[in-house]
Write a protein that binds this ligand. Structure first.
Ligand code: GLU
Length: 424
């Protein structure tokens, strides 16, 4: 992984160094022993694998994948697997660190981990995608498991990919291991509430923040970058709560509808065309101008690093809810703070997904499936409690919500690390 020395020569945004500095700053804020902070910063285990895949044309193509377990002081590693052409070790390390903090912020008994394969899955056939997934699962199988490290979906991975991973590991072990991954289909130990759980958590954080700020929901206007697993349900959930969604972007471009988007019509349009572009009555906006669309709340729900200093300086909204992982760069965050823009950070805002994963895993290892009502009730309560706790600490510590949330997470990881002691 990159070190600070490298950063000086590269001079560009590095997500891993950003996580390191966030954890170190939290350590200083909390007055923690620097040796303890260094133990928390360093990833526990980094596995890099080469993945040979037989392509449909008979040839073999090589891919590189990672699984990184950042911290397991509070429980087994937990975190998604992403398939994307830009995946690299530093990004996966950063995301694994985010997961350690996220699980601690919502107080679920997990550490943090993350995995990824550098591949553009849109260029693979379904059969190639299955072979890639199964070979990657085989390669990381020695370090994953219901009591070790539990993967889940992330960018470009879904219930089908989770099923192939679960099946591959089950075949290897010789018995069924539903608890080895979450985000599975219902038929093999998945849960109804998992799909959309991240978006529900984002919605809960948005409404809780508006309540604390005494801002009526019907006066807000939201823009959402991303119309995938998180962005699409979000348009529906927010509009159901009377919050107007006035802009949506996907990989092809962005649309603007000042009077508010009809969630059902956009979903229909997207199902028919595969893009938000061309939506009836919408003005099309170039992607690079998306965050300047007049709005009060901006929700990045796609890739990381998009809110840099320039975007932060020119954005219209005065609230950001981070549905994506790591959407804001260090410089971007400084500008947001200077401009008084309130940011609910990823480790709190998008934690609904991993909370749902926790409930799925708990049911799998118990062998007892809950009613969906109970699942939804507990999801809402866990997210609300986490938001209220961070808000309370925000008033006590008098630092922005991002620094507060990281401090809440680091505080809990530090407590677990100290009480367990240092082996040997
Ligand atoms: N990929 C999601 C996240 O970044 C979910 C992780 C999980 O459920 O383990 O939070």
């Amino acid at each position: 992984m990159v070190t600070r020395q490298d950063e000086v020569t590269q001079g560009e945004f590095n997500p891993w160094l950003r996580v390191v500095s966030l954890i170190e700053s939290a350590g200083k804020l909390l007055g923690l022993d620097p040796d303890l902070v260094q133990r928390i910063v360093a990833p526990e285990r980094v596995l890099e694998v080469s993945i040979p895949v037989r392509m449909d044309n008979g040839g073999v193509q090589m891919f590189t994948g990672w699984r990184i377990q950042h911290d397991t002081a509070r429980g087994p590693g937990k975190g998604g697997i992403r398939f994307h052409q830009t995946v690299n070790e530093d990004e996966i390390a950063a995301l694994s660190g985010d997961m350690s903090i996220k699980c601690a912020v919502v107080n679920i008994p997990y550490g943090g981990a993350k995995g990824g394969v550098r591949v553009d899955p849109t260029k693979l056939s379904r059969a190639e995608l299955e072979r890639l997934t199964r070979r990657y699962a085989f390669s990381i199988a020695p370090i994953i498991g219901a009591d070790r490290d539990i993967p889940a979906p992330d960018i470009n991975t879904d219930t089908q990919i989770m099923s192939w991973i679960m099946d591959t590991v089950s075949m290897l072990r010789g018995y069924n291991t539903p608890g080895v991954v979450t985000g599975k289909p219902l038929s093999i130990g998945g849960t109804l509430g998992h799909a959309g759980a991240t978006s529900l958590g984002v919605t809960i954080c948005t409404t809780a923040l508006l309540r604390h700020l005494n801002r009526p929901a019907d006066l807000e206007s939201v823009i959402i970058q991303g119309y995938g697993k998180v962005g699409a349900p979000l348009v529906k959930f927010l509009t159901e709560r009377g919050i107007r969604v006035v802009g949506v972007a996907d990989v092809r471009g962005a649309i603007h509808v000042p009077e508010g988007i009809d969630a059902a019509k956009l979903a229909e349009h997207f199902a028919a065309t595969g893009t938000v572009m061309g939506f009836a009555g919408a003005t099309e906006v170039p992607s690079e101008d998306f965050f300047t669309i007049p709005s009060t709340i901006a929700i990045p729900a796609a890739l990381g690093g998009v809110i840099d200093a320039h975007v932060a300086e020119t954005m219209s909204a005065n609230i950001i809810i981070e549905a994506a992982n790591g959407p804001t760069t260090g410089e971007g965050a400084e500008v947001l703070n200077r401009r008084g823009i309130i940011a609910v950070p990823d480790v709190l805002a998008n934690a609904g997904g991993v909370v749902a994963s926790y409930f799925e895993w708990a049911q799998d290892i118990q062998g007892y499936m809950w009613e969906t009502d109970l699942f939804m009730q507990r999801l809402e309560k866990t997210m609300n409690d986490a938001f209220e706790h961070v808000w309370k600490r925000h008033q006590e510590l008098q630092v922005p919500l991002r620094e507060t949330a990281i401090a809440v997470g680091v505080e809990r990881i530090a407590e677990a690390t100290e009480v367990r002691g240092l082996f040997p």
